[in-house]
Design a protein. Structure first.
Length: 341
């Protein structure tokens, strides 16, 4: 592996790890305040990837700031470590799933943080490098693990789950209407021969749906499997409360999501921490103890500008939400009225 320091690219064999950071200007606009603390603020990029966002923030950070990166992908950690090696404010790049955030900061003896970024989904190399097994183009082991320390691959899932479990994955994470038909075809095919490569799975799907719908169906099925293999929604549900609980007053968390299932979790978590009553509808008064701890800073998520969409098509589904930790209100509950929704 070698680095071109100027570009921050890392090459392996004949390939270059290159990922265009999404909504870079917007991340800087909303989160650079979290790295400008000369007295030692702590900022975490929990999906550091190729370090595009973190390097931009490192360039703007005060000399007293402490920046950390984290990623579950060993290759990303190695790329980010090399790219950021000349920034003394960048203290460490950690290899871990972000759902372990609380233990990571405990080990680092960090109590509160001034900011965090989560840029969800996959990096371009994870998709583009066929051997990672995420893409339905080409033929490679059907892997899809973001982190090599994870145990279950996509191949193991399609060879072991039953029709109803596979259907649930394809329907829930891919909104695939033919999930049942495709799951039955998978289970029938593996009786003859295990499904080992991305090509094996593509061939089963091609023989089940017509050519007119094939590319979209492949995209939905591969996305659904990826979400399941990496427990992407479970990871997000676990990390957000840990990050919000660790924010100091005035600290900010920003999340870029790429599909509606992720954005819903971010929106609902921010709303819950903003004191939205979650009592069952019709309750005469609030008993859930909702408290306002967080202020969402944008009503609607920020999307990519026309200029960014032109140069980076992968930004088209990006949605950026930002929230700021606020002083806890003194009262027992932010709203005493029940949930009248
Ligand atoms: C869209 S890329 C981030 C790109 C990065 N912002 C940049 O500028 O290069 C998403 C990254 O998040 C990582 N990731 C996704 N889910 C994760 C999780 N649960 N824990 C840790 N890292 C995760 C992926 O491995 C990938 O490298």
């Amino acid at each position: 592996m070698c680095t071109d320091k100027d570009k921050g690219d890392v090459t392996r064999d004949d390939k270059t790890f290159s990922h265009q950071p999404v909504l870079l200007d917007e991340v800087i606009q909303w989160l650079s305040i979290a790295v400008s603390d000369t007295l030692g603020g702590v900022f975490f990029d929990l999906t550091v990837g190729g370090a595009g966002h973190l390097e931009a923030l490192a360039k703007l950070s005060a000399s007293g700031a402490n920046l950390y990166g984290l990623d579950r992908d060993e290759l990303a950690v190695s790329v980010a470590t090399k790219r950021l090696s000349t920034y003394p404010q960048v203290k460490r790049i950690i290899n871990a799933p972000f759902s372990t955030f609380s233990s990571v900061i405990k080990e680092l003896e960090i109590e509160t943080i001034s900011g965090a970024l989560l840029d969800l989904g996959v990096s371009s190399p994870q998709i583009d490098w066929a051997e990672r097994g995420f893409s339905f183009q080409g033929d490679a082991p059907l892997d899809m693990r973001m982190g090599q320390q994870q145990t279950t691959t996509a191949s193991e899932m399609v060879n072991s789950l039953g029709v109803s479990e596979l259907s649930a994955i394809f329907w829930k994470y891919g909104e695939e209407k033919r999930s049942s038909r495709i799951s039955k075809a998978i289970v029938a095919a593996r009786d003859t021969q295990p499904i080992v490569t991305t090509g094996d799975l593509r061939n089963i799907i091609s023989s089940t749906v017509g050519p007119a719908n094939l590319t979209r169906t492949l995209a939905r099925i591969f996305q659904a499997l990826r979400i399941a293999v990496n427990d992407e929604l479970g990871e997000l549900e676990k990390v957000l409360p840990q990050v919000i609980d660790s924010l100091e007053v005035g600290g900010r968390v920003g999340v870029i999501s790429y599909h509606s299932l992720e954005d819903r979790i971010v929106k609902q978590t921010f709303a819950r921490y903003a004191g939205k009553c979650v009592c069952p509808p019709g309750m005469p008064m609030c008993v859930c103890g909702a408290q306002k701890e967080l202020q969402p800073l944008v009503k609607k998520p920020i999307g990519a500008s026309a200029r960014e969409l032109e140069i980076n098509p992968r930004s088209r589904s990006a949605k950026f939400r930002i929230a700021e930790r606020v002083e806890l209100a003194n009262s027992a509950g932010a709203s005493t009225e029940g949930n009248n929704e």
